[in-house]
Design a protein around this ligand. Structure first.
Ligand code: GDP
Length: 192
């Protein structure tokens, strides 16, 4: 499906983004939500493991996908033990990217299927909404939710988010591969 994925740029400073393609999609979510595992599963790329080193996480990583567009790995949010200064820097970098990156088509926002969206997730949704950036919700680690519980959990999440809008949900598991095909098809559609 995807053949050549190349890390093009790691950005720590706002504005220093690579020249845009027509296509650009980004992945966002709380740290530990399963973003690295998902990107690995979807694109076959090994994302450097950063969760254990919060100080080193404030970068936006641009990957060239088959010369068709960029896949953008946004820094995970919601770390404990991060200084106010660090959080501010992260927010400024992300805000600049969201506000100024006209080539950004879609954000995939990752939320853990097991839990209700947390405050930071809701803040992110509010933010994307205010900035008019289209996004879809990826519910991660679906393998950890019993089949009999899934609809119930999904409905709780949908109902929490319904005050923001109606969204498309992709329940996925990087462990079992469940739902990965549907998400991949959506990405292929966006990269067309
Ligand atoms: P990141 O911090 O968002 O990049 O999250 P990681 O991809 O590093 O995953 C955090 C933890 O969740 C790791 O222990 C992963 O093995 C685990 N994990 C990630 N995806 C899945 C999944 O689909 N199912 C299960 N059961 N565990 C997962």
């Amino acid at each position: 499906m995807f053949k050549k994925i190349e890390l093009v740029k790691t950005v720590y400073t706002k504005g220093e983004y690579p020249p845009p393609f027509d296509n650009e999609i980004a992945f966002a979510g709380r740290s530990n939500v399963g973003k690295s595992s998902l990107l690995n599963k979807l694109f076959g790329i090994k994302i450097a493991k950063i969760s254990s080193n919060p100080g080193k996480t404030r970068s936006i990583n641009f990957y060239n996908v088959d010369n068709k567009g960029y896949l953008v790995d946004l820094p995970g949010y919601g770390f404990a033990n991060v200084s106010k200064e660090e959080k501010k820097k992260w927010a400024q970098l992300l805000e600049d990217y969201f506000v100024n990156r006209y080539s950004l088509q879609m954000v995939f926002l990752l939320i853990d299927h097991r839990h209700e969206p947390q405050k930071k997730d809701l803040e992110m949704i509010q933010w994307l909404k205010e900035l008019g950036i289209p996004f879809m919700i990826v519910l991660t680690k679906v393998d950890k939710v019993k089949k009999s519980e899934r609809i119930k959990k999904l409905n709780i999440i949908k109902s929490t988010l319904s005050k923001y809008g109606d969204y498309i949900y992709f329940p996925v598991s990087s462990n079992t591969g469940e739902g990965i095909g549907d998400l991949k098809n959506e990405i292929i559609r966006l990269f067309r």
